[in-house]
Design a protein around this ligand. Structure first.
Ligand code: C2E
Ligand code: MG
Ligand code: MG
Ligand code: MG
Length: 280
């Protein structure tokens, strides 16, 4: 290309950008089809109470297996779904599926469902949640919705209002991936989150005895305590990490150490059998 055209560097990167956009478009088309053809499913990962070492809930995590491309990580396809306005229908499907599954669990076991900022901002979101509860028969207090700090980015007043409506329904709220986004402590005082989920990156750091990570977990636990919230440590993989987050005061843990995301049929087998009742 002639120098006179200018922006030679820009031109060199263009084909790559183009390829990325093209890949995204392909993924979007495939995702639309996946939704219609039942290629999505939900896995459930146990959440364990640290003191009792008892399962107190599961987090619903969406999975997509494409017939040719194979399994595609939500880390890859959720952002595409968000951009393509597909997160609404996908999220609602996950919510309905998860509530249905959890309705068959013991009363003291919760189901946590991830909610994207785009979903929360949609005017019919609260109605969709109410409908999922009604259809499944799941009690509102057994549903926990996980949001990240990104919900406050575009319209924080709107987000706070919706979160208040969800709380009024008796639903639990968790602040996911805490410490990785644009943390603003102000939101913690304005929304009564029940749980703060401490991102796995801090757990990993702290288990390598990184002073900064240890200090951050300790500070988050103290903050949560004083605000009447509890903390969940994400991504606990080893006994050593479990002992560490226990020592630091995390109330709940989630991670491969206690269980990987699993099929609903396997999750239900983890519950103790209902106590036998004497038959007269
Ligand atoms: P997240 O909500 O923070 O979920 C936790 C992620 O950590 C999950 O990844 C889980 O499989 C992984 N994980 C759990 N324990 C361990 C561990 O011990 N070690 C390691 N290395 N990883 C662990 P996954 O399932 O790939 O999901 C990634 C993210 O995708 C989620 O992060 C969430 O932000 C998003 N996502 C998943 N399902 C949904 C959904 O239904 N709706 C929305 N909006 N987002 C979802
Ligand atoms: Mg989550
Ligand atoms: Mg998380
Ligand atoms: Mg995460």
């Amino acid at each position: 290309r002639a120098k006179g055209e200018g922006g030679g560097r820009h031109c060199a990167y263009e084909p790559q950008l183009h390829a990325q956009a093209e890949e995204r478009r392909q993924l979007e088309l495939a995702l639309r089809e996946a939704l219609e053809k039942d290629q999505l499913h939900v896995l459930y990962q146990p959440v364990v109470d640290v003191a009792e070492e008892r399962i107190v809930g599961f987090e619903a995590l969406v999975r997509w297996t494409h017939p040719e491309m194979g399994p595609i990580s939500p880390v890859r396809f959720i952002p595409v779904a968000e951009e393509a306005r597909l997160i609404g229908p996908i999220g609602e499907w996950v919510l309905r599926t998860a509530c249905q599954e959890a309705a068959g669990w013991p009363d003291d076991v919760r189901i946590a469902v991830n909610v994207s900022a785009e979903q929360l901002a949609h005017p019919s979101f609260v109605a969709a949640v109410v409908s999922a509860l009604a259809q499944s028969g799941l009690d509102a207090h057994r549903l926990e919705l996980e949001v990240t700090e990104s919900v406050f980015m575009t319209d924080d007043a709107g987000a706070l209002k919706v979160l208040d409506q969800l709380l009024a329904l008796g639903i639990q709220l968790s602040l996911d991936d805490f410490g990785t986004g644009y943390s603003s402590l102000g939101y913690l005082s304005r929304t009564r989150f029940n749980t703060i989920k401490i991102d796995r990156s801090f757990v990993v750091g702290a288990s390598r005895n990184t002073a900064e990570s240890l200090a951050i977990i300790r500070a988050v636990v103290t903050l949560a305590d004083s605000l009447g919230m509890v903390t969940t440590a994400e991504g606990v993989e080893t006994q050593a990490e479990l002992e560490m987050v226990r020592r630091l005061g995390c109330k709940k843990v989630q991670g491969y150490y206690f269980g990987r995301p699993m099929l609903g049929g396997d999750a239900v087998r983890l519950f103790p059998m209902p106590t036998q009742r004497a038959i007269g």
